[in-house]
Design a protein around this ligand. Structure first.
Ligand code: XUL
Ligand code: MN
Length: 344
């Protein structure tokens, strides 16, 4: 078993099982109790929204933010945990009802930038320079609702303001094509990196690829990763799985598409991702139907599956691959991969 990868997840991945059609089905677990579980589950990194660290971020003074972030950081230190990144949770505020950076309302756009600066302050106190932007409501339900051209200018302007606010900051864009909006402005890593290159400091803007988000865009997650890796821009991942084109399921990694999971691990292995020290994040959710006592299994199982697939990638007979490719015998290669995965 390989243990040279570093794993992370977010406190939201220990969930109460609520969905848009029904209430929570499991008791909520206090933050401190969640953090206690990380190490025993084999995780080192904690992915954080600003309001995971500090509830009601908008209502707090700068001094309060600093004090509360420092207190949270000392809990992480006590638990031997590392904060991977902080992400402003702009989509859950009433102010961001129609988008944040791309809202039609100037006051909302200003709030979104201010709130993101607060998230940067929190990240600094926590000791991470990484800010993740999942651009949740930056898009539309109907095309005519916004000026898309202008929206892209707003996005670049917002990112520039954040880069200028903190010269050590690195911004990681997490693309997703839809949900909650019908069409998002930054649906794929290609869009994210094209945006990055239009900012005032492209070398400080990278990407995070989530398996399910790539699949919802009809794309192969491992090729999306390769695109970012080739540009030196894969700065985190959210591995999970997705059973076809429906709501964002955040299923256990490899549970629906084992072959696709294998190829995601393969591309990370080929690129030497483990050696970069960057985290393998698991953005997985327990099934709503799961009993509380098993509601952490999705995290452990995803990590175990990842590590099994690392072994599968490392033990694949390279001479078979080389021969098949040289002979253009892709049926033989396909069968060799399937047999290897099945252990026959
Ligand atoms: C949304 C999503 C979020 C982000 C973090 O689909 O993946 O969990 O990863 O805000
Ligand atoms: Mn995610």
């Amino acid at each position: 078993m390989s243990n040279d990868y570093r794993f992370s997840f977010g406190p939201w991945n220990i969930s109460e099982g609520a969905d848009p059609f029904g209430p929570p089905v499991r008791p909520s677990i206090p933050m401190a109790a969640k953090l206690k579980r990380y190490q025993e589950l084999g995780f080192e990194g904690v992915q954080l929204h600003d309001d995971d660290v500090i509830p009601d971020v908008d209502d707090k003074s700068a001094a309060e933010l600093d004090k509360e972030a420092a207190a949270y950081k000392s809990i992480l230190d006590d638990e031997g945990l590392v904060p991977e990144f902080v992400a402003p949770r702009l989509w859950e505020s009433k102010k961001g009802i129609d988008g944040a950076f791309t809202s039609n309302d100037e006051n909302c756009r200003r709030w979104a930038i201010d709130r993101s600066k607060r998230a940067i302050d929190i990240a600094n106190t926590m000791g991470t320079k990484l800010l993740v932007l999942w651009l949740a409501r930056e898009g539309t339900y109907i095309r005519e609702a916004k000026d898309a051209l202008q929206a892209h200018r707003y996005l670049i302007d917002a990112i520039n303001q954040l880069l200028e606010y903190d010269k050590d900051l690195e911004i990681i864009i997490e693309p997703k094509p839809n949900e909650p909006v019908d069409h998002a402005y930054i649906p794929t890593i290609g869009h994210a990196l094209a945006l990055a290159h239009q900012t005032c400091d492209p070398k400080r803007v990278g990407g995070l690829i989530e398996t399910a988000h790539a699949q919802l865009a009809g794309l192969d997650p491992s090729d999306e990763m390769a695109f970012a890796l080739a540009a030196g821009k894969l700065w985190s991942v959210h591995l999970n799985d997705q059973n076809g084109l429906k709501f964002d399921q955040d299923k256990t990694f490899g549970s629906a598409n084992l072959r696709s999971a294998y190829n995601q691990v393969r591309v990370l292995e080929l690129s030497g991702y483990a050696q970069t020290g960057r985290f393998v994040g698991l953005d997985v959710k327990a099934m709503r139907t799961q009993k509380p006592e098993q509601a952490l299994k999705h995290l452990v199982n995803s990590k175990e599956l990842f590590l099994h697939l690392v072994e599968k990638v490392r033990s694949f007979p390279h001479e078979v691959q080389e021969q098949c490719v040289a002979n253009r015998d892709y049926e033989a290669l396909e069968l060799a991969v399937l047999n290897h995965l099945m252990g026959v």
